[in-house]
Design a protein around this ligand. Structure first.
Ligand code: ZN
Length: 477
């Protein structure tokens, strides 16, 4: 008798538990239906905010993106976690710093929780489209995407043709006529290879958009979607001359722009003032081109998901010789880490936000806008939440090896603390820089030796960051 009464209690408890979990599940479904929205994340490689109309640029480069900003919040002080694709996207997707956990930035690490994973767990159909090797499946960015168009045709960065072996080169150089002939042939071969590489390095925006639009047309309207599209066009080399006539009468063909781009890479100090203007003209043309593709993308998206969350940003900026070079090397000055950020959402009012915001705040903010719980491993703020507190400093970092961005975990780590007035850059080999952004926004005069006390205080903050990273690395071994 006692045994049967015990079994009855056990069964009724189980029923009760089952009933509670079903009703919790149903409540969650109802809540979800109320708040979850489809999401589109548009990232544009190398897009500088100071070359966009909405950020006050004099040229009409971004009319479609400017229109997007009319319906949402525009962030004037958004910063990337690094100055290159691999050092920025870890922040955008996992809300962690690139050198947390490992010295090679990658989304492969199991302790980096991905925005995509959490959205997939919440029944989103997830789709990503891009053509950049550093965010390919090789670095784990395909994680939990149902559809991942990794349009990269190469797994590594561009490199020139292989040079002949040293011994052979010495013989060639010893005979002037042959040496001259070899140089001309090599130059022709290199240019040809570069043209081919240009085609191979990444897809033009129109091809990427067409793939996305085709996919959007193939899915049902009733599915919740997280769509990520990354465009590459403003990335060095700027070779398209399609929109150049908008701001200059100078005629430039493909060969001339290619020659100019090679000069940027090899002899940046020899670029003349006129050439520098032309480089900016070419860059602006690429920005205008990508804006026209954002227009095409958002037309297709808006038809399908009129009440969605739309986020537009860049992974980093690009240098126009502000600090001696072009493109985006392992430096942490504002021309490389200051990025545009625009967020539109039915919950977000049209507004200008001047807080210091990091791209590690993106995953947490996107999740918060859907009322989805944020992973405790994510280090970002939820910008629109009630508990949000603005930051005093933004952290950006990179690893430098032989004047380049390091991708093998070797080299010197640099960490920047970007505040409102002060910008401090610490090099782990011991050197440091300090800039007064109010009086020197171009970061030209290092005053670390004049402000010793302040420099020392900021160094302590960087050390705390480095300590946290070291700990995170020990944990996973
Ligand atoms: Zn990039």
């Amino acid at each position: 008798m006692a045994k049967s009464s015990y079994s009855w209690k056990k069964i009724s408890n189980r029923f009760l538990k089952l009933f509670i979990s079903i009703s919790n599940f149903l409540t969650r479904i109802n809540l979800s239906c109320d708040v979850l929205k489809s999401i589109i994340l548009i990232t544009i490689d190398c897009l500088r905010p100071d070359h966009m109309g909405v950020y006050g640029y004099k040229r009409d480069t971004t009319s479609r993106i400017d229109k997007l900003a009319e319906n949402g919040t525009i962030f004037t002080h958004a910063f990337a976690t690094g100055s290159s694709t691999p050092y920025s996207f870890t922040g955008i997707f996992s809300s962690t710093f690139p050198l947390d956990y490992t010295k090679i930035p990658s989304l492969k690490h199991p302790l980096r929780n991905s925005l995509t994973t959490i959205l997939k767990e919440n029944n989103y159909v997830t789709a990503g489209f891009h053509s950049n090797a550093y965010i390919s499946s090789f670095f784990g960015y395909d994680r939990d995407f149902d559809v991942y168009y990794d349009l990269t045709k190469k797994k590594t960065t561009e490199s020139g043709p292989k040079i002949p072996p040293t011994a052979l080169r010495k013989i060639i150089r010893s005979i002037p006529l042959i040496s001259q002939l070899a140089r001309v042939t090599y130059k022709k071969y290199y240019d040809l290879k570069q043209r081919k590489n240009q085609k191979l390095a990444y897809l033009r925006a129109e091809e990427t958009t067409s793939k996305v639009v085709e996919w959007l047309e193939s899915i049902n309207n009733d599915q919740l979607v997280f769509l990520w599209v990354h465009y590459m066009d403003p990335h060095h080399p700027y070779l398209s001359t399609e929109f150049l006539g908008e701001w200059t009468e100078t005629k430039v063909d493909f060969s001339k722009s290619l020659h100019l781009m090679n000069k940027c890479s090899n002899k940046p100090g020899r670029i003349t003032k006129k050439e520098l203007e032309l480089i900016v003209d070419l860059y602006d043309g690429e920005v205008k081109f990508v804006d026209s593709e954002v227009q095409r993308l958002l037309s297709a998206w808006d038809k399908k998901y009129p009440d969605s969350t739309i986020v537009l940003t860049a992974d980093h900026g690009d240098e126009f010789r502000e600090h001696g070079e072009f493109s985006h090397k392992a430096k942490l000055y504002d021309e490389l880490i200051h990025v545009p950020l625009i967020i539109t959402d039915p919950k977000v009012s049209q507004n200008e936000n001047n807080d210091l915001v990091s791209l590690i705040d993106l995953p947490t903010t996107i999740l918060n806008l859907q009322n989805i719980d944020v992973s405790p491993k994510m280090r970002g703020n939820s910008i629109f939440s009630k508990s949000y507190k603005p930051r005093d400093y933004i952290i950006s970092e990179t690893l430098q090896k032989e004047q380049k961005v390091s991708m093998d975990g070797q080299g010197v780590q640099k960490v920047a603390l970007r505040g409102r007035k002060w910008k401090y850059i610490f090099h782990v080999d011991g050197s440091e820089e300090l800039y007064d952004l109010e009086n020197d926004p171009q970061e030209q005069k290092d005053i670390s030796s004049e402000k010793i006390e302040l420099t020392s205080e900021l160094k302590q903050l960087v050390k705390l960051h480095l300590k946290h990273q070291t700990k995170s690395r020990i944990k996973i071994v």
